[in-house]
Design a protein around this ligand. Structure first.
Ligand SMILES: Cc1cc2nc3c(=O)[nH]c(=O)nc-3n(C[C@H](O)[C@H](O)[C@H](O)COP(=O)(O)OP(=O)(O)OC[C@H]3O[C@@H](n4cnc5c(N)ncnc54)[C@H](O)[C@@H]3O)c2cc1C
Length: 538
């Protein structure tokens, strides 16, 4: 049989790989995607792993970039089945002693957010609302920053540039340039006096991969975190409907897709990537190979040190994974949705898209996060979703499907037997806590449950250490430094080989920016016609 030959090959059908392939094919390259799993989407994936009829997003839950993600518009993903809902009450924290919850509503309902925070502090309510309104106005700028290679927004990559922007946009609120050098926790503690609000903000920051104690990331609180927080959509039918729509877009463009085929090797000839080997079969790429796999797998396992300079081998080995993006996903099939003690103050907490359960205040939240980061199993607490409240397709009639996130140690911190033990016992421990906050969460209310842990995520999606961002978010691995300065523009030192996964800028999350920006780099190198609308600034 003749060797199958394409213009471009994309390794991995995560949403970034799908995005890149669709644009490449549209710009005239015959493109093949090679995916090791039986289905597309990677972390954009929904299953029924506990009981039939109860859907759980195994990884990504809230969709924060859909309003700006170019592929949705450019490829008409809504016509291909992508549907969303934006819950009114978005993020909340509830308390075991029944004191008032804090509930953050979506950006068009900030009066309700004000009322909720003002139960504790009018000053905090005013400041939060003002910060949120201003951050929302930065949307176009943030989209330009995300959907271009790093450096597209002048000065955005330098601490001095961010400091100037903070002073310009938020200076009259007491925000000064030196906030850039702070950690998210320092920023939150300086801005807000309400412990209940601070506890909620700590956790939402961390979920976005900005460790609360990481100095030098304080600027991100005002831009990225304040923009994305409580600005979340739920994909109707589950997050996998995004992957399905993207896959359909690829097929419609003419992309070939090979499933159940793990790439074992990238073929390098005379310093140039010319194809891949998957399940023993060779596939040739005449113009480009791009990898949606993580940095170390791509460079060290698939290319191999023999084809790399000593500097690149060193850089790849020094690249760090976790602990900031390592989560476990508990899944519960319920008769009733949780009814919280705190709801007597504000019933919205019972219909919140995302609810923090198991924390009493900021110290508790900080301790929990630090435990997980240091490799210790934290006392169980979670961020929870009951998506069936907003999308009835996610559970059988009169039943509910709840999912959550625990912060857990990196996959390699525990042995296989220890992870097995976590899967057997941790949900029950969390349920005992959940009952203290929502008395109806008795054993009788829980039909079945399961826990999916970082070691399993590592095996399922090859997310090293269970790190969904394929690399820690720290100043030396972010922005123009991602994954390392010599590789920060999606290109590698192997000619024709590109990175299009979250090891590249801007990192993890369902935004498809890594795939979109990798397309821009390839199009520039190959002189391809651009299918990107000329009147869009990104
Ligand atoms: C628990 C959890 C919760 C999350 N929650 C959110 C959220 O709420 N919102 C959000 O925006 N993001 C969230 N994320 C992050 C988001 O899911 C990831 O950042 C995103 O999926 C990365 O997309 P990707 O397409 O680049 O890579 P991936 O989704 O990792 O896909 C990579 C693909 O490449 C394939 N692959 C790897 N190696 C090979 C190989 N050698 N050969 C062939 N195929 C290969 C894999 O099988 C996979 O399909 C979460 C992640 C996790 C784990």
């Amino acid at each position: 049989m003749a060797t199958p030959t394409y213009d471009a090959i994309v390794i991995g059908a995560g949403h970034n790989g799908l995005c890149l392939a669709a644009y490449l094919q549209r710009s005239g390259l015959r493109t093949l995607i090679v995916e090791r799993r039986h289905e597309e989407g990677g972390g954009a994936n929904t299953e029924e792993p506990v009981l039939a009829g109860y859907r759980h997003n195994m990884h990504a839950q809230y969709m924060e970039f859909f309003d700006v993600m170019p592929m949705i518009q450019d490829f008409g993903l809504e016509d291909l089945g992508l549907r969303t809902v934006m819950p009114e009450a978005q993020a909340g924290i509830t308390f075991a002693d029944g004191r008032p919850p804090v509930v953050l509503h979506r950006p068009d309902l900030l009066e309700a957010t004000y009322t909720s925070i003002a139960r504790y502090s009018k000053a905090d309510a005013e400041l939060y609302v003002e910060l949120k309104q201003r951050a929302m106005k930065l949307e176009e700028l943030l989209a330009v920053g995300l959907y271009n290679p790093p450096g597209a927004v002048p000065n955005a990559g330098s601490p001095e540039g961010v400091a100037m922007m903070l002073e310009g946009v938020f200076g009259d609120l007491g925000v000064a340039g030196h906030f850039v050098a702070k950690s998210p926790k320092m920023v939150i503690d300086e801005l807000f006096e309400t412990p209940e609000l601070r506890a909620l903000l700590y956790r939402t920051c961390v979920e976005w991969g900005f460790p609360i104690d990481s100095t030098g990331t304080g600027g991100a609180f005002f831009t990225f975190i304040m923009w994305t927080m409580a600005n979340w959509k739920l994909a109707i039918g589950g997050t996998h409907t995004l992957a399905k729509a993207m896959t359909q877009a690829c097929y419609r463009e003419g992309v070939d897709l090979l499933e159940n085929s793990q790439v074992e090797r990238i073929i390098v000839e005379d310093g140039r990537a010319v194809g891949v080997v998957a399940r023993g079969t060779e596939y040739r790429a005449e113009r480009a190979v791009a990898s949606n796999a993580d940095l170390r797998q791509t460079l060290l396992d698939l290319v191999g040190a023999d084809h790399l300079s000593p500097l690149w081998v060193k850089r790849a080995k020094a690249y760090r994974y976790g602990p900031s993006h390592v989560l476990g996903t508990p899944m519960f099939c319920l008769y009733e949705a949780p009814a919280y003690r705190s709801a007597k103050w504000d019933p919205d907490i019972d219909r919140c898209f995302y609810t923090m359960v198991g924390f009493d205040g900021p110290d508790d939240t900080a301790r929990y996060i630090r435990d997980a980061y240091s490799g210790t199993l934290p006392k169980p607490a979670a961020g929870t979703w009951v998506n069936s409240l907003w999308d009835r397709s996610q559970a059988p009639p009169d039943r509910h499907a709840a999912t959550g996130w625990y912060f857990l140690p990196c996959a390699s911190e525990l042995t296989a037997a220890e992870w097995e033990d976590v899967r057997r016992t941790y949900n029950e421990r969390f349920l005992a806590t959940w009952r203290e906050f929502a008395p109806n969460m008795t054993a009788d209310n829980v039909i079945a449950h399961k826990l999916y842990t970082p070691d399993q995520m590592e095996r399922k999606n090859l997310m090293r250490e269970g790190d969904f961002s394929n690399g820690e978010f720290a100043p030396d691995q972010m922005g123009p430094n991602r994954p390392f300065p010599e590789a920060s523009n999606y290109r590698t030192e192997v000619e024709g080989l590109y990175l299009c996964g979250p090891s590249a800028y801007p990192g993890g999350g369902v935004h498809a920016a890594c795939g979109y920006n990798a397309f821009k780099a390839i199009a520039e190198d190959l002189g391809l016609p651009s299918p990107i609308p000329a009147d869009r600034s990104y």
